[in-house]
Write a protein that binds this ligand. Structure first.
Ligand code: SAH
Ligand code: SF4
Length: 442
């Protein structure tokens, strides 16, 4: 989401004649887009700002700004106490950046952290300066009204609001014209997308129908109100990826209730069953928090067992980090000792790695349509990309190039990556026809 926001900021700055440079040393203005979701995200920002302070000593004219979720929380601290930055801009105030830069030129510190009920930046076309030119994020809504007990997002990013479908579709069309092949639609709770009469399933339907050679993903849906028609649509449409990120957070009803996640273990597992019934090869990922307030050993075991039952293809696993202003901060106690949190998290991670290793092993011999995203990190002779099911694949370069859809056969696997033999250049349509012919005899 921050990546997408930075692209909006690029657009606002470039409109004013500014140009992006390749290193902090070359820059006249540096913005750090920040995340508050966990303490270590914030720690990284502080370290980065300290690096820039030494640059500022060498170059008097350098302006340093903080964007995004940390802005509200730390405006006094960073401006007054530490003199680290000149500008602080919250996630709904990016349009004001040119004015704020003028204030700085006049020798003042500039702050705008006002949250908005309407801002979606719908009319701003993001400028994608640091992506791979193949896969793009498109923000479809901002903010969140869910108020999960642990989460700071509703406080830093404000109320939920959706962007008009027409502006989303025209951004996607432009991406297609620029050669992009994959779009991930972004929101904190995409299944509550609603603009006038348009809901999330309708949006996915329109977007995928109009752009048959673009692959679509979305992040994140909430398990509480996942629309079943969307599952049928994913099953039918070859360009809606068979991959769903469906954050569970925890595996026991008592913990889910404390977290203010309005679903039960049973409902969640039923939803997973429906996903697998309707989309047989669907690949699933999740988010899990270890060591939330009052977590008992039984609750931890319930999370472990949920993960074992679902057998996720991928999981993002975190130790609970207390955030100011959240319900948990106000009403609960962050009382799971650090060593217990760490031990539980590492048990969760270890179990998940061994599940992934086995699941990926089963991929050997299967065929997938891979979208090539670029050169592999390990070797110039190899390319990397992902399957429709969001698994990282490596192939030999041969005559293939970034942006190609390649039919591949998986030859080897680890818990994190698949190795494959490229078979032929293909397209979404061609590959899905071949797959259908393979299952329907004659
Ligand atoms: N809107 C998304 C989540 C966005 S935050 C959703 O509800 O699915 C991404 C993930 O960060 C969350 O799913 C949660 O697992 C994790 N997270 C959020 N707050 C956290 C905290 N205080 N400590 C640890 N992890 C947290
Ligand atoms: Fe945070 Fe919950 Fe909203 Fe996700 S749904 S952003 S976890 S409050």
């Amino acid at each position: 989401m921050n990546f997408a926001d930075s692209e909006v900021v690029n657009s606002i700055l470039m409109e004013k004649g500014m140009v992006p440079v390749h290193s902090a040393e070359e820059a006249d203005v540096i913005f750090v887009n920040t995340c508050s979701i966990r303490e270590n995200a914030e720690t990284r920002v502080w370290n980065r700002l300290k690096e820039f302070r030494s640059l500022k000593k060498e170059k008097q004219q350098l302006t340093v700004g903080v964007l995004g979720c940390m802005a509200e929380r730390i405006k006094e601290k960073i401006i007054d106490q530490e003199q680290l930055v000149d500008i602080v801009v919250g996630p709904d105030a990016y349009r004001d950046i040119p004015n704020l830069l003028k204030e700085v030129e006049d020798g003042r510190k500039a702050v705008n952290v006002l949250l908005s009920l309407e801002e979606t930046y719908a009319d701003i076309t993001p400028v994608r300066t640091s992506g791979n030119g193949v896969t793009a994020f498109v923000s479809i809504m901002r903010g969140c009204d869910n108020m999960c007990a642990f989460c700071v997002v509703p406080f830093t990013r404000g109320r939920e609001r959706s962007r008009p479908m027409s502006s989303i579709l025209s951004e996607i069309e432009q991406l297609r014209e620029e050669g992009y092949k994959e779009v991930t639609l972004l929101g904190q709770n995409v299944n509550s997308y609603k603009y006038e009469e348009i809901d999330f399933t309708t949006l996915m339907d329109e977007a995928s129908k109009r752009n048959p050679e673009i692959r679509f993903r979305f992040s994140s849906p909430h398990p509480k109100d996942f629309p079943e028609p969307l599952l049928h649509l994913i099953a039918e449409r070859p360009n809606l990826c068979n991959y769903i990120h469906i954050p569970a957070q925890a595996g026991s009803d008592t913990m889910l209730e404390r977290m203010r996640r309005p679903y039960t273990r049973e409902n969640y597992l039923k939803l997973i069953d429906r996903m697998r019934e309707i989309i047989p090869d669907v690949s699933l990922s999740t988010d899990i928090i270890a060591g939330f307030c009052d977590e008992t050993e039984e609750e931890h075991e319930a999370t472990m067992s949920l993960m074992k039952i679902v057998r996720y293809d991928l999981a993002y696993m975190f130790a609970y980090s207390e955030r100011e202003r959240t319900l948990a901060h106000r009403k609960y106690e962050d009382n799971v000792p650090e060593d217990v949190k760490k031990r539980r998290l590492s048990e969760i991670i270890q179990q998940q790695m061994s599940i992934q290793e086995k699941t990926n092993e089963k991929e050997i011999g299967r065929r997938h349509l891979m979208l090539v995203e670029g050169t592999s990190k390990r070797s110039d002779e190899q390319l990397s990309g992902r399957t429709d099911t969001n698994k990282m694949v490596i192939i030999d370069r041969k005559d293939y190039a970034k942006g190609d859809y390649v039919e591949v056969e998986i030859t080897d696997s680890t818990s994190a990556t698949l190795q494959a033999r490229p078979i032929r250049k293909s397209s979404i349509k061609e590959f899905s026809q071949r797959e259908q012919e393979a299952v329907v005899p004659g």
